[in-house]
Design a protein around this ligand. Structure first.
Ligand SMILES: C[S@@+](CC[C@H](N)C(=O)[O-])C[C@H]1O[C@@H](n2cnc3c(N)ncnc32)[C@H](O)[C@@H]1O
Length: 204
């Protein structure tokens, strides 16, 4: 029988192969104006007043990075897929943004600290999320925050990280942990969804 922690299994996806078509999904590429506006509004609410230093881990093609940069933040993105990083660099060319090739679990940012660790749909697939969160905590300035967008997808063999588990992992690391359910907000996904989707904003 599965238990909750079984859902955070290491998954094997060839993200380089996925990169070319990744932005075709409305919530990935944010090419549909209503979807883009919905994510922009949420991000504005979740992020501090600009300009802040935002670290977007597992940044993919840089869609959230671009929204953050458009809102006046300084963005550092990191992804382990060269094809994703290449697209993110192209998408944010000319912006106050840099993209690094590396492991989200231990991003190659040296001694730099950030105001925000922003992660969408990545943590659940990393081995040992508890250890990863502790590492990310060390990348935040005092008063900084995690902005984590995660969920549990699928019904037959669900994968992901339930909000209850993520908030329990964050409790020892953050002074304030707030969960925002997102399943009912079709505009974010470009369609109706009935699985668990949420954001956690956790201030340290
Ligand atoms: C589902 S996509 C999400 C992309 C982006 N965060 C977004 O919301 O549009 C997962 C991304 O995480 C990246 N990724 C997966 N495992 C990673 C790891 N260990 N280190 C860095 N990036 C990773 C993949 O290359 C891919 O770009």
């Amino acid at each position: 029988m599965r238990n909750e922690s079984d859902r955070t299994v290491a998954v094997s996806v060839d993200w380089d192969a996925e990169a070319a078509r990744f932005d075709e999904e409305p919530d990935h590429g944010l090419g549909v104006p209503e979807v883009r506006a919905a994510w922009a509004a949420r991000l504005r609410a979740w992020l501090p007043e600009p300009p802040a230093d935002v670290l977007d881990l597992g940044c993919g093609t840089g869609s959230l990075s671009l929204l953050a940069a458009e809102q006046g933040h300084r963005v550092t993105g990191a992804d382990s897929s060269p094809a994703m990083v290449e697209r993110a660099r192209a998408k944010l060319a000319g912006r106050d943004a840099v993209f690094l090739l590396g492991d989200a679990a231990a991003p190659p940012v040296g001694e730099r600290l950030f105001d925000v660790v922003l992660v969408r749909h990545v943590l659940w697939a990393l081995p040992d999320p508890a250890r990863v969160l502790r590492h990310w905590r060390g990348l935040l300035r005092p008063g900084g925050r995690f902005v984590l967008v995660e969920g549990v997808w699928g019904t037959v063999t669900p994968v992901g990280i339930p909000a209850g588990r993520l908030t329990a992992l964050l409790a020892p690391l953050a002074a304030d942990v707030r969960v925002e359910p997102l399943s009912a907000v079709a505009a974010l996904w470009g369609k109706e969804v009935d699985d668990e989707r949420y954001a956690v904003v956790a201030t340290v």
